[in-house]
Design a protein around this ligand. Structure first.
Ligand code: HAM
Length: 447
C-alpha cells in the first residue's frame, strides 16, 4: 500500500476551518467598513507577478531571501507576491490616464514570504493594504493615522493598547549626514544598522558600525541621537524639517503618534514618512501594521510621477493582539434554522418550507437524511440552529408545520406561510438582535 500523504498544510501556511474562518472574516469585515467609511475603494490583482518588480525596489532581504520564485513554461521568471505595493503601483501606473487623483484604494490579499515560521511570522499571511496615490500633502499622512485609530477603535482597542511609531527618511538622512557626519554613500547601510538596533546587543552594534567605517565618536553621536526622541527635531536643520511630511503629523495628531528615530523599515522604496504599529503588551513584539510614503515606486512602470503613501496590516499579528487584549470575536454560528422532514416522502415539502425561512433572512438547512428526531435535533443545535421546523405528514396535510425553539424547547404549530416569521422571531430573540440575518457575530470575552 502506498504511504499516506500528510494532512498538515505546507509549513508556515494555515488551513482555515469554518470556525477559524468565521473569526477572521468578522475582524476583516469590521476593518473594511471603517476603511470604506473613509472613501477607499477596493481593488484586487494577481498573486503571480514578474519577479523583477520586487527585485528593483523592495530591498535585498525580500528579493534574495524571501521571494518564492518560479519559471513558467515560457521561461518567464515569476514570483508569488510577497507584498502588494509594487503590484498596486503597477496598476496605478498602467491606468493613470483614466484615474482621478488622489486615488484612495484598499485590498486584502494573501502574500508569501520564505521566512522561518515563528510567533507573528508565517510563510503565507493576508494583508489589508490601504494606499493613497497622487498627493504629496501631509494631510494624507494625517488621514491614514486617523484611519488606523478608527480601525483599532472598531475592533474595541483603546489607544493604550497600541503605539504608532513614526519616522521620516528625510529626517533620518539629515540626522545621519548633518549630525553624525555619515558620508552620503553610507546612509543606506547605516540605516540598515539602525533597523536592527533594537535586535542586536550593544557590542555587536559597535562592531557592525566600525565595519561600516563609523568612528567611535560617530557611533556615540548616533546612539545619543537615536535616544533623544522629540528633542532630536530641534537639532535638525530647518531645511530638512521643511521637506518632511512628518512634522505636520506631529503637530496635528500628536496624541496618536510617537516620533521614533529607530523606525527605518526594511523596504527600499520608502522615501518619506515610515511607520509601524506595535502592541503595547510585550507578548506580541512584532509589528501589527507597517507603511510609509514612496515618492516614485510607480516610476518602475511610467515616466509620470505618481507619489503614494499607505500601509498594510497583517492577519497573523492582529489576531494575536486581539486575543491578548480579550477582543477576539467568537466564531459566528453556521446556521439559524433547520427544517426536518419527519418522513422520507417529505423532503420536497421541507425544501419549500426552507425557502420561506431563507426569504425571512434565516440561514437554513434541510436534513439530507432521515434520522431519529432526537439525534437530528441535537445535531442541528450543535451546528448553531436556534430553531427547527418539523414537517410531519399530518400537519402538512393541513397546510401546517411545527416551529420548535431549540433553546426554550417550546413549540407551536402554524400555517406554512407563518413559519418564516415565527422562526425569525425566535432567532432574533436568541441572538439578542433587532433583526435576523447574515454575518451576526457576538463578541466574546477573553480570546
Ligand atoms: P511590511 O511591514 O513588510 O510592509 O508588512 C506589513 C504587515 O504585514 C506587517 O506589519 C505584518 O503585520 C504583516 N506581515 C508581513 N510579513 C509577514 C509574515 N511573514 N508573516 C505574518 N505577517 C506578516 C509591506 O508589506 C508594505 N508593502 C506595506 C505598505 C503598503 N507600504 C505602503 N503601502
Amino acid at each position: 500500500m502506498s504511504e499516506l500523504l500528510p494532512t498538515a498544510p505546507y509549513r508556515g501556511t494555515r488551513d482555515f476551518l469554518p470556525a477559524d474562518y468565521s473569526v477572521r472574516e468578522q475582524v476583516f469585515h469590521r476593518l473594511y467598513e471603517v476603511i470604506e467609511s473613509f472613501g477607499y475603494q477596493r481593488y484586487d490583482g494577481p498573486i503571480l507577478e514578474s519577479a523583477e518588480i520586487y527585485e528593483a525596489k523592495s530591498g535585498r532581504e525580500l528579493a534574495d531571501q524571501q521571494l518564492y520564485t518560479l519559471v513558467d513554461r515560457g521561461g518567464r521568471r515569476l514570483a508569488l507576491r510577497p507584498e502588494m505595493t509594487p503590484s498596486v503601483a503597477r496598476m496605478i501606473a498602467g491606468h493613470a490616464g483614466e484615474l482621478t487623483f488622489p486615488a484612495r484604494w484598499y485590498t486584502n490579499v494573501n502574500c508569501h514570504r520564505y521566512e522561518r515560521p515563528q510567533r507573528g511570522r508565517l510563510r503565507e499571511h493576508w494583508q489589508i493594504n490601504v494606499d493613497v496615490f497622487g498627493t504629496e500633502s501631509a494631510q494624507a499622512e494625517i488621514e491614514l493615522v486617523e484611519l488606523v485609530h478608527a480601525m483599532f477603535a472598531a475592533l474595541g482597542a483603546s489607544t493604550d493598547m497600541w503605539r504608532l511609531r513614526i519616522n521620516d527618511r528625510v529626517l533620518l538622512e539629515s540626522m545621519l549626514v548633518d549630525l553624525v557626519k555619515v558620508a552620503p554613500e553610507q546612509v543606506k547601510p547605516v540605516s540598515k544598522l539602525i533597523d536592527r538596533w533594537e535586535k542586536l546587543p550593544a557590542d555587536r552594534l559597535a562592531e557592525d558600525a566600525a565595519g561600516l567605517g563609523l568612528s567611535d565618536g560617530q557611533f556615540e553621536r548616533l546612539g545619543s541621537a537615536l535616544r533623544s526622541g522629540l528633542a532630536l527635531l530641534d537639532e535638525l536643520p530647518a531645511e530638512a524639517k521643511a521637506r518632511s511630511t512628518l512634522v505636520p503629523v506631529l503637530e496635528q495628531v500628536p496624541e496618536l503618534v510617537s516620533y521614533d528615530p529607530l523606525i527605518v523599515r526594511g523596504l527600499d522604496y520608502y522615501t518619506g514618512t515610515v511607520f509601524e504599529i506595535f502592541d503595547t503588551d510585550p507578548a506580541n513584539p512584532r509589528a501589527l501594521f507597517g507603511g510609509g510614503r514612496y515618492a516614485d515606486l510607480a516610476g518602475l512602470f511610467t515616466t509620470q510621477k505618481i507619489p503614494g503613501i499607505g500601509f498594510a496590516c497583517g492577519d497573523v499579528t492582529l489576531p494575536d493582539f486581539l486575543a491578548t487584549h480579550g477582543l477576539l470575536p467568537a466564531a459566528a454560528p453556521e446556521v439559524d434554522a433547520a427544517v426536518l422532514p419527519l418522513a422520507g416522502d417529505l423532503f420536497g415539502p421541507a425544501r419549500s418550507v426552507a425557502a420561506g425561512l431563507r426569504a425571512a433572512g434565516l440561514r437554513t438547512t434541510v436534513s439530507l437524511e432521515q434520522r431519529k428526531l432526537g439525534k437530528e435535533l441535537t445535531r442541528v443545535a450543535r451546528a448553531g440552529a436556534l430553531v427547527a421546523v418539523l414537517v410531519g405528514a399530518e400537519d402538512w396535510a393541513r397546510g401546517e408545520v411545527t416551529v420548535r425553539d431549540l433553546g426554550g424547547r417550546d413549540q407551536v404549530t402554524v400555517p406554512v406561510a407563518e413559519a418564516g416569521p415565527a422562526a425569525a422571531r425566535i432567532v432574533r430573540a436568541g441572538r439578542g438582535i433587532g433583526s435576523a440575518g447574515r454575518g451576526i457575530g457576538s463578541t466574546a470575552g477573553a480570546g
